[in-house]
Design a protein around this ligand. Structure first.
Ligand SMILES: [Cu+2]
Length: 122
């Protein structure tokens, strides 16, 4: 039942995927994208491997979350990414032999709309 609802959302709201995060800093007159994050981008990451939690600013809706998730999953060596949209955080699991936190941050920042940082003290 849950997957049916998800599929119908995806089919009926393709325009929301045009969201590039450009509304994140928009002023008055622009409507906010209220697309929910996909189940994939919020699913728990695998326990195996190295884990880090990045602070990511600029994510204002689920479409932003999905973009950040896709960028991280596109990094060679990343095994999982779980976006916490309201917490402005992303937990990432990865193979430290293949990638590094610097590369994870670079992948998010390369999107242009979001800023990833390591949490203070890490
Ligand atoms: Cu957005």
């Amino acid at each position: 039942m849950r997957s049916l609802i998800l599929v119908s959302l995806l089919v009926s709201a393709p325009a929301a995927f045009a969201c590039e995060g450009e509304h994140a800093n928009s002023g008055e007159g622009k409507t906010h994208c209220n697309m929910p994050a996909s189940a994939e981008s919020t699913a728990a990451v695998p326990k195996e491997g190295t884990h880090t939690t990045l602070n990511v600013s600029g994510m204002s809706c689920g479409a932003c979350a999905d973009k950040v998730h896709a960028a991280l999953m596109g990094v060679d060596g990343v095994t999982g990414a779980a976006v916490d949209l309201s917490g402005n955080k992303v937990e990432v699991s990865f193979d430290s032999k293949k990638t590094s936190t610097d590369k994870l941050i670079a992948a998010v920042n390369a999107l242009g709309h979001f800023t990833a940082t390591l949490p203070a003290g890490s």
